[in-house]
Design a protein around this ligand. Structure first.
Ligand SMILES: [Zn+2]
Ligand SMILES: [Zn+2]
Ligand SMILES: [Zn+2]
Length: 579
C-alpha cells in the first residue's frame, strides 16, 4: 500500500519520463553473458564501482538510497502494478509486455519518438506532423506537413539569415567539426515496444540543419575521423570495460543495461566518437582551430571507469580532457549541461584537482536518473570543490534558472579556477520539447551559456554532444551553439532573466557548500541570501498573476499526461509507422 502511494505521488509529480532509464546492478560482463554465453568469460566481475573510491559514508548511503529509488522508475515497475512483471526475474532486458487482443494502431513520432494514436496527424507531445521531413531538412523542415519543397525552405533560410546578418560581429572558418557517418551504424537491433530515443537520426537531423544553414559544410571545417587507441582509452577506462565493449562487435546485438544497447557497429562507433573528441581537443588546445564541436554518438557522460550505462559506452569528454592534458593543458573545465547528471565523468575526475567538473541537472532528491549529483557530492581525496553539482529540484527548468546559475555559480568558480581548456558536455535534453528531460531551455539560452563560457580559457572551447532526443530541439539548439562558436552574438540579454524561486533555492544550496572551497563565493552567498527576502516579496505578486494563466508551458503538462496515457496503454498491440 505504501509502495502504491509512492508510485501514485511520483506519477502525479510527472516523473514518468524517468522510466526509460533503468539503473542496472549488472556489470557489463554479466549483461553480456546473459545475452550471449557463446562468447564466454572468465567470470570475474568487478561489480558496480561508483562507490569504491568514495570516502564519505553519508555520500555512499545517499547513492545507495538513490539506487534503490531508481529501481522504482522503470517501465517494468509501471507494469508491476498491473501484475505483469515477475520481480524475481533479474534478466529482464528482453522483457516485453503481455499482448492483449485489442489492436490499436499507433505511430511513433519521427521527431520525439513518442507514440501517437493513428487518428491524429500531429504528435501530441511535440506537434510534429506524422510524416515530418525533419530527417531530411533538420529544424528547417516544417512541423506541419511534409509537403514543403526545397524552394520554400530556401526562402525561409534567406529570411532567417537576413535577421541574423545584423547580429554577426565576427566570422571566420576556424570552428572544427568532428563527424563521421559510421557513427550512424550504431543502432538498436531488437524491436522493442518503443523506438530507442538515442538513435542515428539525432546526428542526421543536426547535420541536416547545419548543412541547410550553410554552416557545415560551409563555415566550419571537418577534422579527419580516427579511432581511439586502447592505450588512450586506458587513461580513462578499465581494461575490462574496454574489452567488454570490444566484444560487442562480434555479436549481432547485446545490452550493457536494459537501456544501453550495442550492435556489431557500436564498438567501432564508440572508438570513432572518442577519437574525434581527442583530436578536436588537440586541434583546439594547440590553436589550430579556434574552437570545436563534436557531433558524435554514442554519448559518453554516464560511462564510468568500469561500466557502460545510460546509452553511453566510452566517456568522450573524459577522453578529450586527457588528450588536452597530453597536449599540455594544465587545468581543464568540464561544464555538463545535459539534463542528467554525468555520473561517469564525476567518477573519473572526483579525485582530480586538474579537472573541474560542473554539472547542472535535474536531481529531485535522487529520484531523477541516474540519481547521483547531489550538491554535497563535491569531490574527494584532496580534490574537494573540484566537483560542483547544481541539482534542480523539479522539471520545467528554463533559460532563466540556467543563466542565473551560470552567473552565480558556474562563472565565479570557473573564473577562480582559470582553466586553460574548456569542454562542454552538451546534452540538449534540457531543451524545450525534450521527451525525457521535460525542461524548458531554448536555443537562445544555449547560445547565451556558450557565450558565457567562451570568455574562459581564451576561447579554447570544445563542445561535445551528449543526450537530447527531440530532433527539432537538438537541431536548433546545436545550430545556435555553433553560431556562437563562429562568432555570432547570442542575441539575448541575460539581465532580463528572473530566476524561479526553486532555482534560487538550488543556487543558494550550492553556494553554501562550495563557498567552503571557493572563498570568493562567500560574499555572493550572503548578498544573495539578503536579496532573497526582497526577491520573494517582489515576485509574489507577479507569480500569483502568472499562476492564473499557466504554471508550466502547456505542452509540458499535456506531454506528461499523454506520455503517461500511452505508457500505461503500451501493452496494447503497437503498429509502428515511425522510423
Ligand atoms: Zn513528437
Ligand atoms: Zn549535467
Ligand atoms: Zn541526458
Amino acid at each position: 500500500m505504501a509502495r502504491e502511494t509512492f508510485q501514485m505521488s511520483r506519477l502525479a509529480n510527472g516523473e514518468a519520463e524517468n522510466s526509460l532509464h533503468k539503473q542496472s546492478d549488472q556489470t557489463p560482463h554479466q549483461a553480456l553473458n546473459g545475452r550471449c554465453t557463446k562468447l564466454g568469460s572468465d567470470g570475474s566481475t568487478a561489480g558496480p564501482c561508483c562507490d569504491e573510491n568514495g570516502g564519505e559514508v553519508s555520500h555512499v548511503i545517499c547513492k545507495k538510497k538513490a539506487r534503490q529509488q531508481q529501481k522504482e522508475m522503470t517501465f517494468q515497475d509501471m507494469y508491476n502494478n498491473q501484475g505483469l512483471f515477475d520481480e524475481n526475474d533479474d534478466e529482464d532486458s528482453d522483457w516485453e509486455p503481455a499482448q492483449e487482443h485489442v489492436e490499436v494502431v499507433k505511430w511513433f513520432c519521427n521527431n520525439c519518438t513518442m507514440v501517437n494514436l493513428d487518428d491524429v496527424i500531429h504528435c501530441d507531445i511535440c506537434g510534429e506532423h506524422k510524416e515530418s521531413g525533419i530527417l531530411k531538412h533538420g529544424f528547417f523542415a516544417s512541423p506541419f506537413s511534409q509537403d514543403v519543397g526545397p524552394a520554400e525552405i530556401e526562402l525561409e533560410i534567406k529570411e532567417r539569415n537576413k535577421d541574423l546578418g545584423s547580429q554577426i560581429s565576427t566570422s571566420n572558418s576556424s570552428t572544427a567539426i568532428g563527424f563521421d557517418e559510421r557513427m550512424l551504424l550504431h543502432s538498436e537491433v531488437e524491436m522493442k515496444t518503443h523506438p530507442h530515443p538515442e538513435r542515428p537520426d539525432r546526428l542526421q537531423a543536426i547535420a541536416a540543419s547545419l548543412a541547410t544553414a550553410g554552416i557545415f559544410p560551409g563555415k566550419c571545417y571537418p577534422i579527419p575521423a580516427r579511432e581511439i587507441t586502447k592505450e588512450e582509452l586506458q587513461m580513462v577506462h578499465s581494461l575490462e570495460h574496454i574489452e567488454t565493449v570490444e566484444l560487442t562487435g562480434q555479436i549481432l546485438y547485446s545490452y550493457f543495461t536494459p537501456d544501453t544497447y550495442a550492435n556489431q557497429h557500436s564498438a567501432h562507433a564508440a572508438r570513432l566518437a572518442a577519437g574525434l573528441c581527442a583530436d578536436l581537443a588537440k586541434e583546439v588546445f594547440s590553436g589550430r582551430a579556434k574552437n570545436g564541436f563534436a557531433l558524435v554518438r554514442p554519448p559518453g557522460h554516464h560511462a564510468g571507469v568500469r561500466q557502460a550505462m545510460g546509452f553511453c559506452l566510452h566517456n568522450n569528454a573524459a577522453v578529450a580532457a586527457l588528450a588536452a592534458q597530453v597536449a599540455g593543458a594544465k587545468k581543464i573545465l568540464i561544464v555538463d549541461w545535459d539534463v542528467h547528471h554525468g555520473n561517469g565523468t564525476q567518477e573519473i575526475f572526483e579525485q582530480n584537482k586538474s579537472v573541474l567538473y560542473i554539472s547542472l541537472h535535474r536531481h529531485e532528491g535522487g529520484k531523477f536518473y541516474p540519481g547521483t549529483g547531489a550538491a554535497h557530492e563535491f569531490g574527494t581525496m584532496g580534490a574537494e570543490g573540484y566537483c560542483v553539482n547544481i541539482p534542480w529540484s523539479r522539471g520545467g527548468v528554463g533559460d532563466n534558472d540556467y543563466i542565473f546559475a551560470f552567473q552565480h555559480v558556474v562563472l565565479p568558480i570557473a573564473s577562480d579556477f582559470a582553466p586553460d581548456f574548456t569542454i562542454i558536455s552538451a546534452g540538449f535534453d534540457a531543451a524545450r520539447g525534450d521527451p525525457l528531460g521535460c525542461c524548458d531551455v531554448t536555443p537562445a539560452g544555449y547560445a547565451q551559456m556558450t557565450h558565457m563560457l567562451n570568455i574562459l580559457s581564451g576561447g579554447k572551447l570544445l563542445v561535445i554532444l551528449e543526450g537530447g532526443y527531440n530532433l527539432r530541439s537538438i537541431s536548433s539548439s546545436a545550430t545556435a551553439v555553433i553560431k556562437v562558436l563562429l562568432g555570432e552574438s547570442p542575441g539575448c540579454n541575460p539581465e532580463n532573466f528572473l530566476p524561479s524561486k526553486a532555482g534560487v533555492q538550488t543556487v543558494l544550496e550550492v553556494l553554501k557548500i562550495q563557498m567552503n572551497f571557493w572563498p570568493a563565493l562567500g560574499s555572493k552567498y550572503s548578498d544573495l541570501q539578503s536579496q532573497w527576502g526582497m526577491y520573494c516579496m517582489k515576485t509574489k505578486k507577479k507569480q500569483i498573476k502568472k499562476r492564473r494563466r499557466a504554471a508550466a508551458p502547456l505542452w509540458w503538462k499535456w506531454g506528461q499526461k499523454s506520455f503517461l496515457y500511452h505508457l500505461l496503454n503500451g501493452h496494447l498491440h503497437v503498429k509502428s509507422k515511425g522510423c
